[in-house]
Design a protein around this ligand. Structure first.
Ligand SMILES: [Zn+2]
Length: 273
């Protein structure tokens, strides 16, 4: 294949961090670490880091599992996340066709009216109340875990290649092969690689963030997706990831619900009712 100049980015590795494809056999495009539709304009991997095939696989097959997940959805609606390209809100209703309330929806309106000779002003409080419930298939748990691992590993790549931090970390190191195989291929098929999820409504900010967390020689990432938090191990073998991540809970001691998403959903700080 003829190598075109525009396919080479001098500051990027020119090798796909997922499939390790190189420009001689792969086409590259930019990759949004978090999808653009939820307002991600800036956290973008330039050409030469993720190939087109990997990028489109994640966009079509993997990331939708996170985008339709009820907690992420509610946070996104509440914060009115807006696609910077077309300025459309990602979603505008808590209860929609894909997120139907278990029973009816209750709406409450209170309106404090003040009238002066030529003016009327209304102080409004509008509340909506209802329940969303989601039963997960094993397939959905896998896709959700893979989506979160994808964002975490690309967030690490962004921190290294775009922000210029953590130069000691080589994303092509074999220790990331487990996460490459899991996110990109869903391998090993017979398990669900766990992540820890934590809802922190009081920490909601109209942005998302990621933090690298080192424990021993291992690396994990904390992702705050608009108040929907995840802890993701980047290097643990699949059968150790759950236990490694529980250390994160131990160090945080969150008061809000925290649970692991793996073969099952398992509450880590609440007694089962
Ligand atoms: Zn690739």
């Amino acid at each position: 294949m003829h190598l075109r100049e525009e396919d080479i980015n001098m500051s990027a590795p020119n090798r796909c961090i997922w499939c390790r494809g190189e420009p001689s056999n792969t086409t590259f495009n930019v990759s949004h670490v978090l999808p653009e539709c939820v307002g991600n304009e800036n956290v973008v991997l330039p050409k030469g880091i993720v190939c087109m095939q990997c990028n489109s696989h994640f966009g079509r097959r993997v990331e939708p599992a996170l985008l339709r997940d009820p907690l992420f959805h509610v946070m996104a609606v509440f914060q009115r996340l807006t696609d910077p390209e077309d300025m459309n809100e990602f979603r505008d209703s808590v209860f929609d066709a894909e997120h139907q309330p278990v029973e009816g929806v209750e709406r409450n309106l209170s309106c404090d009216i003040k009238v002066s000779p030529m003016n009327m002003s209304l102080n409004i409080q509008y509340a909506i109340k209802g329940q969303l419930s989601k039963s997960y298939s094993r397939r959905e748990l896998k896709l959700l875990s893979r989506a979160v691992h994808k964002i975490a590993f690309e967030a690490l790549a962004w921190t290294i290649f775009v922000k210029g931090l953590y130069e000691d970390i080589d994303v092509f190191d074999d220790r990331f092969d487990t996460i490459r195989k899991w996110s990109r291929e869903g391998q090993p098929q017979n398990s669900v690689r766990p992540v820890i999820r934590h809802q922190a409504f009081h920490e909601v900010k109209p942005k998302w963030a990621c933090y690298l967390w080192r424990f021993g020689d291992s690396l994990a990432i904390e992702l705050n997706l608009f108040g929907d938090w995840y802890a993701v191990s980047l290097t643990s073998p699949s059968d150790k990831a759950g236990d490694d991540l529980k250390r994160w809970v131990g160090s945080k001691r969150p008061e809000d619900p925290v649970w692991s998403v793996g073969e099952k959903l398992l509450s880590l700080n609440q007694t089962e009712s």
